[in-house]
Design a protein around this ligand. Structure first.
Ligand SMILES: NC(=O)C1=CN([C@@H]2O[C@H](COP(=O)(O)OP(=O)(O)OC[C@H]3O[C@@H](n4cnc5c(N)ncnc54)[C@H](O)[C@@H]3O)[C@@H](O)[C@H]2O)C=CC1
Ligand SMILES: O=C(O)[C@H]1O[C@H](OP(=O)(O)OP(=O)(O)OC[C@H]2O[C@@H](n3ccc(=O)[nH]c3=O)[C@H](O)[C@@H]2O)[C@H](O)[C@@H](O)[C@@H]1O
Length: 443
């Protein structure tokens, strides 16, 4: 059945979810407080880079099935179900999540509800948030609005956001067990096409759903830091972390995914989620349970220092004045997101050490310039590499993976490359006369 759906927040998650809902046949209203973003989306433009999303947004904006507004009352009046997809960033100077934006949606939306409504939270939140908000909705919603709140965490990856939204591995819905069960019925209707394909649908209590989300991200972060910790051992023993990861990854209980050693994890989610999780555990009096996540964070941040140390070694110990090309600014390829980007962080550290840094990223330069305006950005690979004494591959874009070492050799002043993502073929670069440094291999 076709429903009318609203999505609050039109960032990476919200815009993708709104387009996905339209693709599933629903009429969708995307709401954001950012007028410029809404204006662009209304013209069918996506204000960030996400493969496949512009086509989907344009298709559904043109068909009239998807529209965008800053006016929350439109959603309150028209939608059967409201998704919350606003940001939950790390609070300045603290580990905890900033809940202002999620709270603001409830404070704005709930009093305006005029008909029986279901609110489904998608943002990643500290455990206990959904129960708190469910109570607040009951307080604020006018009589007759009969509003029910449930939590439906999102697991999409940037770069694969459309695919993950339309074909998720699983759907999780945390419901208030004391409720009338309308949220579950509504979620089943909203996701009918996805469920018809046999997608696992797990209905839990509110706290479990919130914890599923942060546990999944904590596990992924831990897996990455595990292999990066092993990479540190490989670096001092001459072992090869990639071969090691292949070998342990064949064990199905371990699995090969997320065992990519390198510059470590970044982005708008993994780093802030493991910190918020620790903060919440502390508030709950069980901070000790998640002490290991502090170590996960530390191992991760050490990788950024490690590549700076390697770069210094490559230029004879003195970074001051050394020409360094940093290839990549995004936190991962196929995204223009530079939030907590290991690439940009490493570039910033090199700059602070006095290096003459040139950063090139095929998509993320504008975002990078906004957060790190002092760095010098190049508009092409050639420009960044011209005269470089060392190259750091910091984000594994295809453009970098496909570089021909013979061709790049003609651009640089010295054939020295640090493969911060283990994405190049070491032997090919060595054969072309390069000094090659990998992560946890060819150290
Ligand atoms: N980016 C991702 O890949 C994923 C993100 N998440 C979670 O989803 C949430 C959103 O993340 P992103 O989309 O990356 O953040 P984002 O920062 O890209 O987007 C958040 C959007 O919310 C808008 N907003 C703020 N207050 C608002 C309000 N009161 N009403 C309407 N809109 C408002 C902002 O203007 C912004 O456009 C976070 O909790 C995040 O942890 C979960 C899974 C994947
Ligand atoms: O909650 C979220 O927002 C999302 O966070 C991550 O998705 P995302 O941040 O888009 O990116 P990932 O693909 O998980 O990569 C995160 C970081 O880990 C790094 N990484 C990943 C894999 C690996 O083996 N090694 C490694 O260093 C990447 O380069 C990147 O910097 C999760 O994978 C999603 O399931 C989740 O929904």
């Amino acid at each position: 059945m076709s429903l009318t759906v609203s999505v609050f927040g039109t960032g990476y998650l919200g815009a993708t979810h709104a387009a996905g809902m339209a693709e599933l046949g629903h009429t969708v209203i995307g709401i954001d407080v950012d007028e410029a973003k809404i204006a662009r989306l209304s013209r069918g433009e996506v204000p960030f880079f996400e493969p496949g999303l512009p086509e989907l947004i344009r298709k559904h904006v043109d068909s009239g099935r998807l529209r965008f507004t800053t006016d929350a009352s439109v959603a309150a009046a028209e939608a059967d179900v409201h998704f919350i997809g606003v940001g939950t960033p790390q609070r300045k100077g603290e580990n905890a999540a900033d809940m202002r934006f999620v709270d603001a949606v409830i404070e704005t939306l709930a009093p305006q509800l005029t008909r029986p409504s279901v609110i489904l939270g998608k943002s990643t939140v500290p455990v206990g948030t959904a129960a708190r908000l469910a109570a607040r909705v009951r307080e604020l919603a006018p009589v007759g609005a009969d509003a029910e709140l449930a939590w439906n965490p999102e697991f999409l990856r940037e770069g694969f956001a459309v695919e993950d939204t339309l074909r998720p591995d699983r759907l999780v819905l945390g419901v208030d067990k004391a409720s009338a069960g309308r949220a579950e019925a509504m979620a089943r209707e909203v996701y009918a096409q996805v469920l018809d394909r046999g997608t696992p649908f797990l209905v839990t209590d509110l706290a479990t759903a919130e914890l599923v989300k942060v546990s999944a991200n904590a596990f992924l972060a831990t897996k990455i830091s595990f292999i990066n910790a092993i990479a540190e051992i490989c670096e001092v023993t001459g072992a090869d972390v990639k071969e090691l990861a292949d070998a342990i990854g064949y064990d199905e209980r371990i699995g090969r995914k997320f065992l990519g050693a390198g510059l470590g994890f970044g982005g708008g989610c993994l780093p802030k989620d493991i910190r918020a999780f620790q903060a919440r555990a502390g508030e709950l009096g069980v901070g000790h349970s998640l002490n290991f996540l502090r170590e996960v964070d530390e191992v991760n941040l050490r990788r950024r220092e490690h590549v700076v140390g390697l770069a210094a070694k490559c230029v004879g110990g003195v970074l001051h004045g050394a020409k360094v090309a940093v290839l990549g600014a995004a936190f991962k390829p196929n995204s223009d997101d530079v939030r907590d980007s290991p690439a940009l962080d490493a570039a910033g550290k090199l700059y602070l050490a006095g290096a003459d840094v040139r950063v090139y990223d095929p998509e993320a330069a504008d975002n990078a310039r906004a957060v790190s305006p002092k760095l010098t950005y190049s508009s092409s690979l050639e420009e960044a590499c011209a005269g470089a004494e060392v190259i750091l591959v910091a984000t594994e874009w295809n453009e970098f993976k496909q570089m021909d070492p013979e061709v790049v050799a003609g651009m640089v002043a010295a054939r020295k490359v640090i493969d911060g993502r283990n994405c190049l073929d070491p032997q090919r670069w060595i054969d072309a006369g390069w000094e090659y440094h990998g992560m946890g291999r060819f150290a």
